[in-house]
Design a protein around this ligand. Structure first.
Ligand SMILES: Cc1cc2nc3c(=O)[nH]c(=O)nc-3n(C[C@H](O)[C@H](O)[C@H](O)COP(=O)(O)O)c2cc1C
Length: 329
């Protein structure tokens, strides 16, 4: 069965991509993922804070060397200062040497600035593409949605200007007009979107009056939000789309591809079941496609996007009341 797909202009053997996570930290695990059939891997994110922090540390050292004892208290904006956590670049090089599948670097930040030029170093180290994670919680009542979006667009433009490899933007679902913002991202040069980021919601410790961060892995229930938006956006945009969040099984991958995903990222399922889960999932996809007389994965890609579903209203508001009525105990 031909499971090939094109994501961000990269020819992938199948749609399953290992998403950004600690799974990409060890070279051994990367090899296991590739052996199990992962079509590509996204490395864990390098954060704006890490890049800026390393630049500041370097400047402080240089300033001290030059005799400025309290240099760190009046450091200039590190934008433009070309240093950074080199171990990330070493890891890209090691990953590229270890596996032959595309290696996607992940850059995670929210404010436009010199740190975005780090993308250039990632490309030089061998990254086949760059995933930009625009994780941001807008809490300032004085800032408009437009201003929040404009900042992400500026980052996309800056990274696009710095590299020639494709870039994907990993978004949260929380925009008041996602279709409009997605179109602006496409115009700004994004080669693809990753739908969606998972917001890690901290819990409240009622005994100690504390906020406790506890990371929970996803369940397949989270896929539905992705299916709806992949279906809508894949019918509106000409760029690649990856589903991320809640894809655990072959059926989940099939649904995401039917809605129009060019790739499906998996993390939680691989953390739970191990890299071999990819091989089993690919076998099950192949079996299902064969049973249903498909000749290739491409044949079903986008067959359930918003332009093609028999009743598109079912994806939007019109079905809302009907769905509430359908509840039975
Ligand atoms: C332990 C862990 C670490 C993660 N680290 C990153 C990261 O560094 N950058 C990023 O963009 N996403 C990160 N993610 C989010 C995943 O890439 C993915 O979007 C999310 O887990 C939803 O997919 P899933 O349902 O397949 O787990 C992380 C997820 C987990 C569980």
């Amino acid at each position: 069965m031909n499971l090939t797909t094109t994501y961000l202009g990269l020819e992938l053997a199948n749609p399953i991509v290992c998403g950004s996570s600690p799974l990409g930290t060890s070279i051994d695990t990367l090899r296991q993922l590739a052996d199990a059939g992962a079509a590509a891997v996204v490395l864990p994110s390098l954060f704006e804070e890490e890049i800026v922090g390393a630049a500041q540390a370097q400047m402080a050292m240089e300033a001290q060397g030059a005799g400025f004892a309290e240099a760190s208290s009046y450091l200039p904006d590190p934008a433009g200062y070309h240093v950074g956590p080199d171990h990330y670049l070493d890891h890209i090089r090691a990953a590229k040497e270890a596996v032959s599948i595309p290696v996607i670097a992940s850059l995670n930040g929210t404010s436009p600035g010199g740190w975005t030029r780090y993308a250039e170093k990632m490309q030089a180290a061998g990254a086949d593409a760059i995933e930009l994670n625009a994780y941001f919680l807008a809490t300032d009542p004085g800032e408009t949605g437009e201003a929040v979006e404009e900042r992400t667009l500026a980052i996309v433009r800056a990274v696009k200007a710095a590299v020639s490899v494709p870039i994907a933007v990993k978004l949260s679902p929380f925009y008041s007009s996602l279709s409009h913002f997605a179109r602006r991202l496409e115009e700004a040069g994004a080669d693809g979107l990753v739908l969606f980021n998972r917001f890690y919601q901290p819990d409240i410790d009622i005994e100690n009056l504390d906020v406790v961060p506890n990371l929970r892995l996803s369940t397949a229930d989270e896929l539905r939000l992705r299916l709806r938006w992949v279906s809508i956006l894949s019918s509106q945009l000409g760029i690649s789309i990856a589903a991320s969040g809640g894809a655990h099984s072959a059926v989940d991958v099939i649904k995401a591809v039917m809605t129009g995903a060019h790739a499906v990222q998996m993390v939680s399922a691989l953390l739970i079941h191990g890299p071999e889960h990819i091989g089993r999932t690919l076998e099950a996809i192949t079996f299902w496609l064969t049973e249903h007389d498909y000749e290739s994965l491409a044949q079903m890609q986008g067959s359930m996007n918003m332009a093609k579903v028999p009743n598109a209203a079912k994806l939007t508001r019109a079905n809302y009341m009907k769905m509430l009525d359908s509840w039975q105990q």
